[in-house]
Design a protein around this ligand. Sequence first.
Ligand SMILES: [Zn+2]
Length: 377
Amino acid sequence: MRYCKACVMPDTKPDLSFNAEGVCDACQSAALKNTIDWSAREAEFKELVEKFKTKDGSKYDCIIPVSGGKDSTYQAYLVRQWGLNPLLVHFEPTVRTELGRKNLENIRQFGDVVELKKNPETYKKMAVEGFRRVGDHEWPNHVGIFTFPVRLAVAYNIPLIIWGENSQLEYGGPKAARMKNTLDRRWLEEFGGLLGLRVDDMLGVGGITKEDLVPYRYPSEEELKAAGITGVFLGYYFKWDARPQVELVKQYGFSAKEDGPVECTYLNYENLDEATYAVHDLLKFVKFGFSRATDHACLDIRNGRITREEGVKLVQEFDGKRPRKAIAEFLKYSGMSEAEFDAVVDSFTDKALFETDETGTLKRDEAGDLIKRYQEY
Ligand SMILES: [Zn+2]
């Protein structure tokens, strides 16, 4: 395991590549972002708006998938500024927080919201199965947020879907994907976090039927073609930078967490809507040796807000700390015991990345957290 020489991202991150100088592709993208002609990109967006704006005002101009978080609030705000009338589409999170509810209410100033209130039993079966099989209880959520808005686009004949950042450009990924402006089924299969698990794999799990899976099914190629569905990343047209965007949406009523950072990182404005989300971050840590604090430190380094040294300190302080609140929520939600939970987490832990004793058992520090083998940045 080695770390990027410019940021603090390790080479265990899936899809990330390093150049001969030991710099990761996300850092190279950050430099690239400064060379992009953003006014030309804005002109491209203007063309898109002109193409998709409903001339007679008889229907919505586009769909924006929203969680109510900082990114979707910004997307809805910006799209409104450009004169589009968006339909905001929301997929109910695993365990909604009070702050998430508040922010979802707030986003309605930018457009009408349609929410899929999931069948809780079907969803929970999939969340638990996703946790056991691929180490991600948010699996049905990833499917739902990427699929339900597309189904609505087809059903309501609203061909333009506006997504947020291009995550390959922001966080690293194959070169072709970094410069892409569209999100389609292929992107979802490759980068949507589905971890090789297909929707049909859930058939029969706890008695799940084909009918139960309707909201999780991506429309067919024929349906997409007939409706002319186009999904674009707003981050292709406008230079994405979370921090000033957070400050902006706060002026429009977006609320961050006031009593300190969210678990697994040092920031207080992300993943506020979902009480169990940090379990996902914990699994990412045991699988790859880094977590959300690393992602955030890398962004702050690339955007020139902190030094690499400061980034290392933040990662050491926040990454891989047991997210006790999120775990308690998940145990309550899933009905799992803590021992059962830990056994699943351990089964996904890459022992090459963490210290073990002579019997091969994972070592833990006084706080009960794993000890990374590769501490040299
Ligand atoms: Zn880097």
